[in-house]
Write a new protein. Structure first.
Length: 117
């Protein structure tokens, strides 16, 4: 799991196993940053910066994630609302399980001994 660091941008880390497995879309990228950082909350401006997408694109897809209760508001700082992944949501639980399985599968591949030819 990649933990959020202020000096490393999410968009510079490369695609996660989840994005590599099921495809890359703005909505999945938003979900992925939350799944990758489940203990952090983000403002929409932080998400725009971290994801490298326009505000218009973020707002277009973010509304769906709120309506599906995939993300939830956690607190306000000034005028900014911060959001976090809703770990109780059944879809989020399923995606977390899938991501864990992908990680284990990748770890098994990496652990395979290299055979000399």
């Amino acid at each position: 799991m990649v933990m959020y660091r202020k000096d490393v941008r999410y968009k510079d880390l490369g695609d996660s196993l989840l994005l590599k497995a099921i495809g890359d879309s703005p909505k999945l990228r938003i979900i992925d940053i939350f799944l990758t950082n489940p203990f952090f909350d983000f403002s929409k401006n932080e998400l725009v910066r971290e994801l490298g997408m326009s505000k218009q694109t973020l707002y277009k897809y973010f509304r769906d994630l709120e309506e599906l209760e995939i993300v939830k508001a956690t607190r306000k700082i000034g005028r900014a609302t911060l959001y976090k992944i809703n770990l109780e949501n059944p879809m989020v639980k399923m995606l977390n399980e899938y991501t864990t399985k992908l990680s284990l599968q990748e770890a098994e591949k990496q652990a395979q001994p290299v055979t000399a030819k």
